[in-house]
Ligand binder design. Structure first.
Ligand code: ADP
Ligand code: MG
Length: 264
C-alpha cells in the first residue's frame, strides 16, 4: 500500500459477533498492528469488560486509573488522558476493564444512550486513519453503541457449522441499527477464522460462507494455530512477536484488503 500523505479522518470499524471465542480480539489486535505497519494511524477501542484487548498489549487492566468506562460516564474526562501507547508505532489503545460492565446498565438512563461512544470518540476521529472497536460477545447496549459509532462492521466467523446461524441474528441487528440510528452503516465483510485446511469440515464451512455471503467474504482466511494463544501470553501482536509467521502474514494480507477496499 502507498504511504499516506496526510492522516484522518478515521474509518471506524466495529469488530462484532455475539459469539465468544471467534477471533474478534485477536483480529482487532493483529489487523490494527498490520495497518500501523503500513503507516496508518490506528486507535483500538477495548469495548469488552473482559479487557482481553488491553491484556493482549501487556497492560494489566485492573491497575488502570482511567478506562473507556470513565470516558463514557464522566463528562470531565479527556480522551487524551485515557489513550495509551502500545509496543507498535502509530497504534494506540483505549483500554477497558470490568468497570465497563456497569456502563451497560448506567447508559440506559442517559440521553442518546446509543450514541455515547460515537460522541466520546468524535474529538480524535481527525487524528486517526482507522478506529477498530473490539465488541463484547453480546448484542446489548455496548455493542449497539459500537455499531452506532462505526462506519462499518467486520464479522470474524469461526469455521464451525453452528457459527453461521448466529451471523443471521447479527446481520438483523446491523440492519436495525442502520434503519434507526446509523443510516450509512456498511458491512465490510466476513472474515473466516480458525480455519483448519486438514479437515473437510472446515473446508465445507468455508464453502457455505462463500455461498451465503459472496463477495462480502474477505479473501484472507485466518488459519487455526497455537501461535495466537501464545501471543496473548507474550502481550504483543503476532506481527511483532513472530513477524515471519503465517499468522502475521495473514493479518498483513487482511490489512491490504481493507486498505484497498476503504481507500485509506
Ligand atoms: P473473541 O474476542 O471473539 O472472544 P479471541 O480473539 O479472544 O476471540 O480468541 C479466542 C481464543 O482463541 C483466544 O485464546 C485466542 O488466542 C485464540 N485464537 C484466536 N484466533 C486463533 C486462531 N486463528 N488460531 C488459534 N487460536 C486462535
Ligand atoms: Mg474478545
Amino acid at each position: 500500500p502507498q504511504p499516506l500523505e496526510r492522516h484522518g479522518p478515521a474509518r471506524v470499524i466495529a469488530m462484532a459477533n455475539q459469539k465468544g471465542g471467534v477471533g474478534k480480539t485477536t483480529t482487532t489486535i493483529n489487523l490494527g498492528a498490520a495497518l500501523a505497519e503500513y503507516g496508518r494511524k490506528v486507535l483500538l477501542v477495548d469495548f469488552d469488560p473482559q479487557g482481553a484487548l488491553s491484556v493482549g498489549f501487556g497492560t494489566n487492566p485492573h491497575t488502570l486509573d482511567l478506562t473507556v468506562y470513565n470516558l463514557l460516564m464522566q463528562e470531565d474526562v479527556d480522551i487524551d488522558d485515557v489513550m495509551v501507547k502500545t509496543n507498535v508505532a502509530g497504534l494506540r489503545l483505549l483500554p477497558a476493564n470490568i468497570d465497563l460492565s456497569a456502563a451497560e446498565i448506567q447508559l440506559v438512563n442517559e440521553v442518546a444512550r446509543e450514541q455515547t461512544l460515537a460522541r466520546v470518540l468524535r474529538p480524535v476521529i481527525p487524528d486517526f486513519d482507522y478506529v477498530l472497536i473490539d465488541c463484547q460477545p453480546s448484542l446489548g447496549l455496548l455493542t449497539i453503541n459500537a455499531l452506532t459509532a462505526a462506519h462499518s462492521v467486520l464479522v470474524p466467523l469461526e469455521c464451525e457449522f453452528f457459527s453461521l446461524r448466529g451471523v443471521a441474528l447479527l446481520l438483523d441487528t446491523v440492519d436495525k441499527v442502520r434503519e434507526r440510528l446509523n443510516y450509512d452503516l456498511e458491512l465490510d465483510g466476513i472474515l473466516a477464522t480458525m480455519y483448519d485446511s486438514r479437515t473437510t469440515h472446515s473446508r465445507q464451512v468455508l464453502q457455505r460462507v462463500a455461498e451465503a455471503f459472496g463477495d462480502k467474504v474477505f479473501s484472507t482466511v485466518i488459519t487455526r494455530t497455537v501461535r495466537f494463544p501464545e501471543t496473548t501470553v507474550a502481550g504483543e501482536p503476532i506481527t511483532t512477536w513472530a513477524p515471519a509467521s503465517s499468522g502475521a502474514r495473514a493479518y498483513r494480507q487482511l490489512a491490504r484488503e481493507l486498505i484497498a477496499a476503504t481507500d485509506k
